[in-house]
Design a protein around this ligand. Sequence first.
Ligand code: F0G
Length: 361
Amino acid sequence: MAHQWRGVLREYADRLDISEATPIVTLGEGGTPLIPADALSRRTGARVWVKFEGMNPTGSFKDRGMTMAVSKAVEHGAKAIICASTGNTSASAAAYATHAGITAAVLVPEGKIAMGKLAQAIAHGAELLQVQGNFDDCLDIARDLAANYPVHLVNSVNNDRIEGQKTAAFEVVEVLEDAPDFHFIPVGNAGNYTAYHRGYNEELERGITTKMPRMFGFQAAGSAPIVVGHVVKDPDTIASAIRIGNPASWELAIAAREHSNGYFGAISDEKILEAHRILSSEVGVFVEPASAISVAGLLERAEAGEIPKGATVVLTVTGHGLKDPQWALRAADGSDVKPTVVSTDIGEIAGVLGLGTAVEA
Ligand code: F0G
């Protein structure tokens, strides 16, 4: 029988805090492709790989943490979970909760999450509330509710989330047979940055790898609290997934940067969209805008002369492009892309496609 990937809890059971008593709630997350990105290697002189987390069951890396958080919640008898979200966490929480037969309540900033993500949470039957505030307000409320009511918090302030997410670093190491020199990653709450650092650190301590990758995290310029060094009250960016002004894992991320000789940088929305186009049109990987910031960050750091030729670089791209597809239909100059309309006439279509004249069979 063909081997089927069993989800991160079963695949990495020996490296996670689970036992016989843990009911494993899985949709088969993890085991995502690490794709060589030749176009980015040519542009930068580094050896670049893309870890395509959009290939998870709900289309983002959140599923790795959610399988762990929901399994542990159910183990502890939870009947309901809650989270604040810019969209992906809510989609994932909704799917895993319904699979486990429990309730998910999700708080999202009104009008500020991508349509695909909203549709996912609703399709999976979550109690979805649009809060008249931003993500940071939603997280404050979710934390308060979890502290005072019988509902289990599954945001990344819950360590089980980080534990599940660290498995992505294990997968990278398995493919490359060592840690990369650099790891580039989008940063919102900085939970995933923290999770990869932990995963790589465990591999180093086990003696599986020879080095700690330099962890390079990127925030959108209008929403870059870690870069500017203070809370951003009204964070703003087209990358709605990382529109966060007060990251939950701020201190852990600073410690991880120091330990890994890492870096945090800010990228403009314009550069995010440019990187989004490069990744889809030159590499063949379609992501949501927040994910493209890894690519933009690499191009910026390479341009600045900070990435040695031949260095091994892994970029995590966190969420699938189909969640928020509108950006692909905007040209570089900001105008709408209008696909050409043709009749059913073969000759006309061949002409439009520039195929020349038909060859004799
Ligand atoms: N990329 C995507 C697509 C995300 O959805 C998120 C976070 C991040 C990157 C940043 O990860 O927060 O661990 O630094 N999304 C959260 C959510 C906030 O609610 O879906 P982080």
